[in-house]
Design a protein around this ligand. Structure first.
Ligand code: OGA
Ligand code: MN
Length: 220
């Protein structure tokens, strides 16, 4: 970690860093309702408006083995550019969070990547893990939602299932605007239930630096 990174970790932030680290450490996940700032919500919704046209069917698998599979997932995605000035506040917060998690949990997280996702009515993502041990560099998954006034009969919940000693039973999360969920990518199987209205989210992954997944991670 460079000296400039250390000072960033001490910045004030709207994210409850201690609570997030504690949740990941003790349970493997944390749910934070209504946590996004209004300026970040505005920037992400603006990105959605501008980039909807670029969205492509999401793929499953990894490396050269990726293909879209409408039986497994039916969302459309586009990757967000960490250099986009309009998203600086969002990516700064993710940098602060990454460094805070490294400091508290010694995870050695090396970077953060994220995508916008749109599930049209009928969209879902069957039960899966975001990372398989020894086969992926994803360590912490993050999802945050951009849907105002999501109703109980509209489906589309994120369901997290118990790992060995994590969740006792399943937990359903409504994809309401401003809610953010973090979980350990290798430990928490999860799925997105079929949504009956358009469902928008940002999904991101904090990764360690290695050469897994058929691609070389960029240097620091
Ligand atoms: C994913 C995912 C969950 C959600 O994109 O890998 O599991 O609630 N998303 O959108
Ligand atoms: Mn997932």
């Amino acid at each position: 970690m460079s000296p400039s990174e250390i000072s960033v970790a001490d910045m004030n932030t709207w994210l409850p860093l201690d609570r997030i680290a504690e949740g990941l450490h003790e349970r493997g996940y944390i749910v934070l309702p209504n946590v996004l700032t209004t300026t970040i919500v505005a920037a992400l919704i603006d990105a959605l408006d501008k980039r909807e046209v670029e969205m492509r069917p999401a793929k499953v698998g990894r490396g050269g083995d990726q293909r879209s599979n409408a039986f497994v997932r039916r969302d459309r995605i586009t990757w967000l550019d960490p250099q986009d000035p309009a998203l600086a506040e969002w990516f700064d917060a993710m940098l602060t969070l990454r460094l805070a998690l490294n400091e508290r949990l010694f995870l050695g997280l090396f970077d953060f990547e994220c995508q916008l996702a749109h599930y049209a009515p009928g969209g879902f993502y069957r039960r899966h893990l975001d990372a398989f041990r020894g086969r992926s560099n994803r360590r912490v998954s993050l999802v945050t939602y951009l849907n105002r006034g999501w109703l109980p009969d509209q489906g589309g919940e994120l369901v997290m299932y118990g790992a060995e000693h994590a969740l006792a039973s399943q937990l359903k999360i409504t994809p309401e605007l401003g809610t953010m969920v973090l979980f350990l990518s290798q430990d928490i199987p999860h799925e997105v239930l079929t949504a009956s209205r358009d469902r928008y989210s940002v999904a991101g992954w904090f990764r360690i630096n290695d050469t897994l997944g058929n691609r070389l991670d960029p240097p620091a």
